[in-house]
Unconditional design. Structure first.
Length: 228
């Protein structure tokens, strides 16, 4: 690591709390987020502190403060002398503040991921969905030639997308259940290596362990392992 990189990391540690609290100016905040995106070491440190903050927050009881609590805290802060118990708590308090600020920094930096997660949950909620899934479709030699997308919900469905299959023609798309039964899904046309089809399934998507592409003679051409 160069001297410049070490200085950047030290600067990042100094700015982390301020960035998390939103009290830095625009230039400092932009620099800090850019550094976090490019520096695995600082990002790992921030992630560790964020995890610690989450654990500490879980330890706190969810109760309303007693009457007069705010006044007593304000008085304690204004007191010219610190009592012995406040000295004993100084280090844990600083550690908690740093962890909480780190968690806030990650909250800011990962805003796009949060928006994506919110959209994911909203989409699933429309039809009592539980999850989406995506698995590669591979040939016998392991070559990846497409993807299977699945949805587990009130009505489960499977979408097969082939993009580089060496076998053109019409094939059966079948699901294999956990107990070994085969269930028909749809026929899929592959032309110039490409083809796609989507259908609701007669069984729950979560009951499928595999989706296979089968030719007219019953030979398995490609498969997607849903359990992996």
């Amino acid at each position: 690591m160069s001297v410049e990189d070490r200085n950047d990391c030290a600067h990042m540690r100094a700015l982390a709390a301020e960035v998390a609290l939103g009290i830095t100016d625009g230039a400092d905040r932009a620099w800090a987020l850019e550094h976090l995106a490019d520096c695995p070491r600082c990002r790992a440190r921030v992630e560790q502190l964020a995890a610690l903050a989450d654990e500490l927050v879980m330890l706190a009881p969810s109760v309303e403060p007693p009457p007069g609590f705010e006044d007593r805290v304000a008085g304690a802060i204004e007191a010219p002398r610190r009592s012995s118990w406040r000295r004993r708590l100084a280090i844990p308090a600083v550690a908690f503040a740093a962890a909480a600020c780190a968690a806030a920094a990650m909250w800011i930096a990962l805003a796009d991921d949060r928006d994506l997660a919110d959209s994911y949950r909203e989409t699933l909620a429309v039809a009592n969905g539980e999850r989406f899934d995506a698995k590669p479709v591979v040939l016998a030699d392991g070559e990846k030639v497409g993807y299977i997308y699945g949805y587990q919900g009130r009505t489960s469905w499977v979408l097969a997308v082939m993009y580089d299959c060496p076998y053109d023609g019409t094939y059966e798309l079948e699901g294999v259940t956990d107990d070994g039964r085969r269930v028909a899904i749809s026929r899929i046309e592959i032309d110039d290596g490409r083809g796609s089809v989507g259908r609701a399934t007669s069984v729950d998507y979560d009951s499928l362990s595999e989706v296979i592409v089968v030719d007219d003679e019953g030979h398995e051409v490609a498969a997607s392992d849903l359990a992996s």
